[in-house]
Design a protein around this ligand. Structure first.
Ligand SMILES: C[S@@+](CC[C@H](N)C(=O)[O-])C[C@H]1O[C@@H](n2cnc3c(N)ncnc32)[C@H](O)[C@@H]1O
Length: 282
């Protein structure tokens, strides 16, 4: 893009008062991406104009995050994120992150656990968050409601239990092996006044599963650790109906479990929602 064209676009954006409106957060994210792509090549006056626009957009985002945090503290979470999910045009698949993840990061303010993490044991998978659109998809397709208890097995920094509680009013529990991650999650949940969200620092194999109605696994472990966990979940499924929701490569393994069934084709880059199959099968 030539400098003249950049000036033209900056002129247009400078006149666009709607850029600050709450509903235009996706558009702001696109413009910020555009500014990021330009910054290495800009200098002088045009760089100053680009920086002024960036400051304006970041202020609008910060104000939106503040309003959302206040709404969540007042218990007005249900509906907040679902409304934004509906503005999406793309199908809910793929492992990449998007503007919804930026928004969620701004709202949850999860700190960096820093150097406090301990080395993972064999077959444990490192922390990587489920993209927010998939979490919302999982909440909708599992029909998680206020009578449910969602257990995120390997909850990392805790955004799945927090988002689930905010959106549905369900009680949620995150079980995470890294104490540093649990500390970050607890702090963020407290700051948002999320009283029905709990984080337990323990190995998922030692977790009390009796309280859960819906279990979520974003491939937290593989091999014998996953096998042990699946046996424990199968025992729970013998006692009462549960749902097991999965994301990532573990979906392929879990789809092979005869005691679980799903009505939809499974793929690694979309949440799968499994129910307990009829008792004769397990
Ligand atoms: C891929 S991340 C998923 C994080 C989160 N559930 C999400 O969807 O955003 C896997 C997490 O599982 C944790 N983990 C691995 N093995 C574990 C175990 N045996 N018990 C509890 N957590 C474990 C890791 O520390 C990591 O935070």
């Amino acid at each position: 893009m030539t400098t003249d064209r950049i000036h033209d676009r900056l002129d247009d954006l400078a006149c666009d008062a709607s850029l600050e409106s709450a509903d235009r957060w996706r558009w702001r994210a696109d413009v910020l991406d555009w500014l990021d792509s330009l910054s290495p090549v800009l200098a002088g006056g045009v760089a100053d104009r680009a920086q002024a626009l960036r400051t304006r957009l970041e202020r609008a985002d910060a104000a939106l995050y503040g309003r959302l945090r206040a709404a969540i503290r007042r218990g007005l979470g249900p509906g907040l994120f679902g409304r934004w999910q509906q503005q999406r045009r793309d199908p809910i698949e793929g492992e990449g992150y998007d503007a919804l993840d930026e928004l969620l990061a701004g709202v949850l303010r999860l700190a960096d656990p820093g150097a406090g993490s301990r080395p993972l044991e064999p077959e444990m998978v490192f922390y990587q968050p489920t993209p927010a659109r998939h979490v919302l998809d999982m909440l909708a397709r599992s029909r998680l409601g206020p009578r449910d208890v969602l257990v995120d097995l390997g909850s990392g920094l805790g955004h799945v239990p927090m988002l689930a509680s905010i959106c549905t009013g369900a009680r949620t529990v995150g079980v995470e092996w890294q104490p540093s991650h649990v500390q970050v999650a607890r702090h963020a949940a407290r700051a948002l006044g999320l009283h029905d969200v709990e984080f337990r620092a323990q190995d998922a194999r030692d977790a009390d599963l009796a309280l859960g109605t819906v279990f979520f696994l974003y491939t937290p472990f593989v091999g014998s650790v996953l096998r042990t966990m699946l046996e424990a979940l199968r025992e729970e499924g013998r006692r009462r109906p549960i749902q097991v929701c999965t994301f990532g490569p573990c979906t392929g393994v879990i789809a092979g479990e005869a005691w679980l069934r799903t009505d939809e084709p499974t793929r690694a880059d979309r949440v799968a929602v499994f129910q307990v199959a009829r008792p004769s099968n397990h």
